[in-house]
Unconditional design. Structure first.
Ligand code: SAM
Ligand code: SF4
Length: 324
């Protein structure tokens, strides 16, 4: 049984949010910090187990833990160990703001983590603090080194592109010259709570792409199962530059991911109008067949593309809810 939708897109990649809680205040996500929501309790270890058991049976081989800040969960190492015990999970990744990384990366790696995206929105300490509310750039730079040192296979940096804030390509190029990491510019996306920020700071990734091409960077061939990022390389640089441009034409054609939120809702699109609640079927393994039926039924309504270009942002207030 494989997860393939009406448009022949195949889904082997699950992004699983395990908390909405976060200790940063990124301007485009949680500018006032995380505000606790009454009655929300996040997926338990056992519910996560049922999610993973079911999606791996349906062909998922890559799982990314996200949030909120996933590493704030007290049982984070247990979650990693649980997921890595599934031999069909070939890639176990996280997206993190790095705040818990330095002390813990060794344990995470031992528990099976083999890929990491660290969010660093600027290499200027002043701008970094302005964007994230935290004075932690120096620590995050150490996080990158440490992740490579302990042997994490894939280390990537996520940078949300903001016009006239952090869009000077040269700052990033000099940094990746000798570092075997991929730095990914993510175009700022509009969400229900961030229209003002979006209108002020959105910059198309094509602006960066044109500069890369002018400087001799080459577009890398895509593996048919890789997602929507465009990746550029240059023989003078150890690092690569990735571009995630959700506003570009055909972006959704290569969609290869499904998302389960921290409260157990299946989101077939980051900007969808609805989500399908799976939680009542995550209570014991005898419910697996029913769960599979529900997942397939919801795949049928996965839209061909999002409607961000007409400012239809769907139900998502900010990305801490389903993890970006
Ligand atoms: N807290 C972790 C972190 O920041 O890395 C994981 C969760 S965060 C929601 C996942 C990714 O989404 C981060 O790289 C973040 O920069 C990005 N993100 C959040 N809001 C965004 C927005 N409105 N547009 C584009 N990217 C966004
Ligand atoms: Fe927290 Fe990540 Fe959102 Fe920043 S982007 S506020 S680190 S969840």
């Amino acid at each position: 049984m494989q997860l393939v939708d009406y448009y022949q897109r195949r889904f082997q990649y699950l992004r699983l949010s395990i908390t909405e809680l976060c200790n940063f205040q990124c301007q485009y996500c949680l500018p006032y910090g995380y505000q606790s929501k009454k009655g929300h309790n996040f997926l338990s270890l056992s519910e996560i187990d049922h999610v993973v058991a079911t999606f791996t049976e349906l062909g998922v081989s890559k799982i990314r833990l996200t949030g909120g800040e996933p590493t704030l969960r007290r049982d984070f190492v247990d979650i990693l160990s649980l997921i890595s015990s599934y031999s069909s999970v070939k890639e176990l990744a996280i997206t993190t703001n790095g705040s818990r990384l330095l002390k813990n990366i060794h344990h995470w790696h031992q528990a099976g983590l083999n890929a990491i995206n660290i969010s660093i929105d600027s290499f200027s300490p002043h701008l970094f603090k302005l964007i994230t509310g935290q004075d932690k750039l120096k620590e995050l730079m150490q996080c990158v080194e440490k992740s490579l040192e302990v042997g994490i296979k894939k280390v990537k940096i996520n940078t949300v592109l903001m016009k006239s804030m952090n869009d000077n390509l040269d700052d990033y190029l000099s940094w990746i010259k000798d570092k075997p990491v991929e730095l990914r510019f993510i175009e700022l996306m509009e969400t229900g709570e961030s229209s003002d920020i979006f209108n002020r700071y959105h910059l198309s990734g094509h602006v960066i792409e044109a500069q890369l091409i002018a400087q001799g960077w080459q577009l890398q061939l895509k593996n048919p199962l890789s997602g929507p990022a465009k990746v550029y390389a240059h023989s003078d640089y150890q690092g690569k530059i990735g571009l995630i441009m959700p506003y570009s034409k055909d972006f959704c054609k290569s969609c290869n991911r499904l998302r389960v939120s921290s409260i157990g809702k299946l989101h077939y699109c980051l900007f969808g109008e609805a989500a399908v609640d799976l939680r009542d079927l995550l209570q014991n393994s005898a419910q697996k067949q029913q769960l599979i039926t529900r997942i397939f039924a919801s795949l049928k309504i996965k839209p061909e593309k999002h409607l961000l270009h007409v400012h239809n942002v769907g139900m998502t207030g900010n990305l801490s809810y389903i993890g970006g």
